[in-house]
Design a binder for this molecule. Structure first.
Ligand code: PLP
Length: 411
């Protein structure tokens, strides 16, 4: 007899990196070129020593940070660190007792939030997300029993998501909307008028907005990216109704292994989310809380981190402009490059050839998006994560440029 399992698990799609492994299974890269991967969006700049020190100090303290169970809500000091940062970064005043909550990185929180918002008996429930998108949104929707609806990003409008493409009948069934700004993989920052439009739709249809803002501190324009809560406040929505923002230290402070972030927004959503998380058992370790307080309290390392990304993107982007359809993004740490007519516009063929010829890994854009009505909005593009140091990224770009040149027909 088969073991009964949650049948929704079978609806989960393979993760992009799994698909990449399969795509490359029979490719032999040149042994004389050291491998360079721009495939995975994992920060590689050094973790600041003061964060490591705070973690160690909390472990060694008397009593040790490992000696007691933490509370799901975190300590008052941690919550105060969140609200102080929100005040400095966005000019927001949130109540540390009711409007913020620690999470173990934004990924698990983005997933868990759908399980809190979606009624498992609601067969009509739709979760709207951008396309291309961070795959957790889709998995969260599917495991909550909802149907994902994918809104394509529009290359003609700096990859803004075409929210107006969502039919009215779909908005009526929408219970949750994921926004990703700055976007992965596009780097696009959502402007105020789009926020106003989404708030209007949320008011009309009652859906919740989950705003994924984990790339908010890595940006290339002068003005820092607009945050969802900031947009709400400016539009007079001081209770942040039906809105929760997801923020993370992973990229801001180069600590993806720390697993630390927080959510902030509508107290009427934070309370049930806290309840859900109590049962899920996802309280943040006290030593991680201590390191997080140190990290959120310091901006100097964030300024320096941003400077490194700016320097790197300024050096790398011009090497590829003119060869691929690529330009400096608003924010984030990805180049989202169109392959044009190369390999008949196939992003997977481009990625295979690049590995075979030059031992450089990039992620095919079609793996980050879903085909809808015969169109995959990630197709024909590749995502390059510029997370390694500048010299390595320059070398990767030079190899990519060489690969493009060998495949560009001579005029
Ligand atoms: C768009 C987006 N959201 C969320 C995350 C999760 O980051 P973390 O769980 O480290 O906060 C990532 C990580 O790559 C991401 O790209």
């Amino acid at each position: 007899m088969d073991t009964p399992l949650n049948p929704r698990l079978t609806r989960l799609q393979p993760y992009p990196f799994e698909r990449l492994r399969r795509l490359f299974a029979d490719v032999t890269p040149p042994a004389d070129l050291r491998p360079i991967s721009l495939g995975i969006g994992e920060p590689q700049h050094a973790t600041p020593a003061f964060i490591q020190d705070a973690l160690v100090a909390a472990t060694r303290a008397q009593p040790s940070g490992l000696a007691a169970y933490p509370a799901t809500a975190g300590t008052p000091a941690l919550r105060a660190a969140f609200t102080a940062w929100l005040q400095r970064r966005y000019g927001l005043t949130l109540d540390p007792a009711t409007q913020v909550l620690p999470v173990n990185g934004s990924r698990e929180a983005l997933f868990a939030f759908a399980q809190t918002v979606i009624d498992p008996n609601d067969r009509d429930a739709v979760v709207v997300c951008p396309n291309p998108f961070y795959q957790i949104y889709e998995g969260a929707a599917l495991l909550a029993g909802a149907t994902p609806h994918y809104a394509p990003s529009d290359p003609a409008r700096n990859f803004a998501v075409a929210w107006d493409s969502v039919p009215e009948a779909v908005w009526e069934r929408t219970r949750l909307l994921y926004v990703c700004s700055p976007g992965n993989p596009t780097g696009a920052v959502m402007p105020m008028d789009e926020w106003a439009r989404l708030f209007e739709l949320s008011d009309r249809h009652g859906f919740v907005i989950a705003s994924d803002e984990c790339y908010s501190e890595i940006y290339f324009r002068d003005e820092p990216p607009l945050g969802g809560l900031e947009a709400a406040l400016r539009l007079g929505r001081s209770d942040f109704r039906r809105l929760v923002a997801f923020t993370s230290l992973s990229k801001r402070s180069n600590v993806p292994g720390l697993r630390s972030g927080f959510v902030a927004g509508d107290a009427r959503l934070i309370a049930p989310f806290t309840l859900y998380r109590t049962y899920h058992g996802s309280a943040m370790s006290p030593v991680v809380q201590a390191a997080s307080i140190a990290a959120w309290g310091d901006e100097a390392h964030v300024v320096e981190n941003r400077r490194l990304y700016r320097e790197k993107f300024a050096a790398v982007t011009p090497l590829l402009e003119g060869l691929l359809d690529v330009r400096l993004p608003d924010a984030g740490f990805y180049l989202w490059a169109g392959v044009g007519g190369l390999f008949g516009g196939s992003d997977t063929a481009f990625a295979r050839e690049l590995l075979a010829q030059y031992n450089v890994t990039v992620l095919p854009g079609s793996y980050l998006a879903r085909e809808v009505d015969g169109h995959n909005p990630g197709a024909g593009r590749v995502r390059m994560a510029l997370v390694a140091d500048t010299a390595e990224c320059i070398e990767a770009a030079e190899r990519i440029a060489a690969s493009v040149r060998t495949h560009t027909p001579k005029a």
